[in-house]
Design a protein around this ligand. Structure first.
Ligand SMILES: *Cc1c(COP(=O)(O)O)cnc(C)c1O
Length: 358
């Protein structure tokens, strides 16, 4: 049976991916040298399309890594000497914090319960924090932070760098990149691509800090040191043999997204989110985990279930709909449903009708 994956990631492939794969094989994309002109052109095209999708300021640089988790490590390692500060409300924001601990950076955190969001008035960032780390869309809980929180952090703490995890909200969340020094994601969620490629966007202040630490003789990494990554990236190159498949597909899918129009994609995302959230609200056995509507993520819905989640998941699977389990300890009490550009309005309508029946 035809299956549609509404899992948080990996998830449903963007519908044009199979065609792009066939074209790439036909053009021997996976055999070409990553030092040759064909690769450089392919890289340049991906970069150009991604810049347009994200609406990136010119000074912000795109870097390709292996994963979003790697991006967390690169940012901490490259930009923090002693202290980072973290907003923690779930597993991924916790992971960012732990990476800083493991790199011996004495991180501090403002922590709220899973399922909660943050109000900017409650936040106090210590003066000595060199970097503030924010997970815009907590995939483990379905809590999303609003754009004005990021703007408030930028405005109130101009001396700290600001890094934003966008993994499960990009390209639907409209981030003003001029307010942030680093932002990152991997491609197996909102872009509907195979896993194995991370994207890190760095601004000029982030690079200045990395240079400064290097010049002081601090260890800021090896082959994926930020300065090396940038040096290579401006020549459409990478230090290692890169994920050519991922870079190629990202460029193609960005072009497809641009054809549809990013505003249109965001509108449809909103409509699909309304369908999904209304279905959860109306269902006798489901309840939103994120109680405050202003923090309910348009792209990841998490519901507590009155019946065992495995039963709901199995019933939906019979009709071809694959949804996610709760994260970690919530595996036995929650379900997670993704709403990404790869999911059409019609498919979301079908999922919601099926959900209503169980
Ligand atoms: C999935 C996810 C990550 C980790 O992504 P990887 O590509 O597996 O490293 C980090 N942050 C958030 C918010 C995520 O959803």
């Amino acid at each position: 049976m035809n299956q549609i994956f509404f899992t948080p990631g990996p998830t449903q492939l963007y519908p044009t991916v199979p065609g792009h794969l066939r074209t790439a094989i036909g053009k021997n994309i996976f055999s070409i040298s990553h030092r040759g002109q064909t690769f450089k052109s392919l890289y340049a095209e991906t970069e150009e399309n991604l810049r347009l999708v994200l609406n990136l300021p010119d000074q912000h640089q795109i870097l390709f890594l292996a994963s979003a988790t790697e991006a967390m490590e690169r940012i901490i390692q490259g930009c923090v000497l002693k202290k980072s500060f973290h907003l923690i409300n779930g597993a991924f924001s916790q992971r960012f914090f732990e990476i800083a601990q493991q790199l011996k950076k004495q991180p501090e955190a403002h922590q709220v319960p899973w399922g909660a969001g943050f109000e900017s008035d409650d936040l106090v960032v210590p003066e000595v924090a060199e970097l503030v780390c924010v997970t815009q869309n907590e995939t483990s809980t379905g809590a999303a932070l609003q754009a004005d929180l990021i703007a408030a952090l930028h405005e109130r703490y101009p001396r700290s760098l600001l890094a934003v995890d966008l993994v499960s909200s990009v390209p639907c969340f409209d981030l003003d990149y001029s307010l942030v020094d680093a932002a990152f994601f991997s491609v197996q969620k909102g872009f509907g691509l195979p896993a194995g490629l991370g994207v890190l966007v760095v601004g000029p202040r982030c690079l200045e800090k990395a240079n400064q630490l290097s010049n002081q003789g601090e260890a800021t990494g090896s082959y994926h040191r930020l300065e090396v990554l940038v040096e290579k990236a401006i020549h459409q190159q990478t230090s290692e043999t890169p994920n050519i498949l991922g870079i190629y597909l990202l460029g193609r899918v960005c072009r497809d997204l641009l054809k549809t129009g990013i505003d249109s994609i965001r509108n449809i995302t909103r409509q699909k989110a309304d369908l999904l959230y209304n279905a959860i609200a109306d269902h006798p056995d489901l309840r939103q985990f994120v109680r405050d509507p202003k923090f309910q993520s348009p792209t990841i819905a998490v519901a507590e279930t009155g019946q065992p989640p495995a039963r709901i998941i199995a019933k939906l699977k019979k009709s071809g709909f694959i949804i996610g389990t709760g994260y970690g300890n919530y595996r036995e009490s929650q379900i997670r449903i993704a709403n990404f550009p790869a999911h059409s309005l019609e498919q979301m309508g079908d999922l919601v009708s099926e959900l209503n029946r169980i």
